[in-house]
Design a protein around this ligand. Sequence first.
Ligand SMILES: [Zn+2]
Length: 349
Amino acid sequence: MPPKKHSTLMMIIQQWRNNNAERSRMTTPQAVAHCDEITKNMTEHQGGTYSSQAKSADVAARAKREPMYRCGPAISAVERQERERAEKQMQMKLAIERILRDGREQHDLENTKFVFAAFNYFVKNNESIYIPAEFAACLYSLKSGKTSTYSSLINPNRLICGRYSAAQDHTESTHQLPLPPYAMGESDMSRLYSNILEYLRSCQSDNPHGPLVVFTSTELMPVVKGCFRYLAFACDMDMEEVEKQQIHVYDIQYLFYVLKIEVMGMSHLRSNAINKCITDTLFEYDYFEYHSGISCQYHEDRDRSKYCTQSMVARWSYLFSDYMCGDLAIKPLIGKHLPPKQEPKFTVE
Ligand SMILES: [Zn+2]
């Protein structure tokens, strides 16, 4: 409710009542009746003084209200969210740098393992939950390239009421997987989530008590977090269990940048010309996008490899290798650092 405006009469009543117990006990109509008489006998100057006091009181009341975004939350709430987001972003960057520092200190950066992961989704129900359609993850190191892959199509059985059309629009323009109830793949969310957790744990067998970490593109970070959140809820996991099994989702593009700097430093190469803008451009250029034979069969058959999660994580592995293995004189292996050899589609006599 907007604050009450201060009128000239109100200011007169307020001052008339001040420090007078008998007048203070009067009801408002009684006070108005008394003060109405007073105002009639006031000079123009006295009335103007009260009028300007009323205006000042209005200005003071407005200044007390917290500024709001138009029809939205208070600016202070938005600023707090921004601060929290910046804090999380900083913590993530420090965590990525710590992983690389540990690798460097053990003289084993080449063998440091990273898990790349991606989700396709049908629809999101709000800012934080996405209903998954396909998942893929792979284990990568500079020395060995992409050494294992886990992928699955996902059938969540049903969508949220009223979001079917939005799901259809998103699906048709991207991965083109059939919508529930005709969706393909794993339909038992508990089994799927426990398989994913098992795969992630197997990827970090050398650090079994460490947190589970996956890397994905900046664009997919909310999707990957939202799909994991959906799976945890669909499995009816309690909050304590969710906390215990928490999967940290980090930005692969920041890793791409800092790892390149580390690798160049190890090889005594000057990295002054490298910045995040350059590495982001290179990452988003995605020059392995048109390689066939690296996506799942469904997307291979429909020529939709660009949107296949299995293809995405493979392309990221090839991109890392292509950009960094040369600096460390690592010999690229077909299928691990590079896409499998292309079958010639035609011959020229
Ligand atoms: Zn696929």
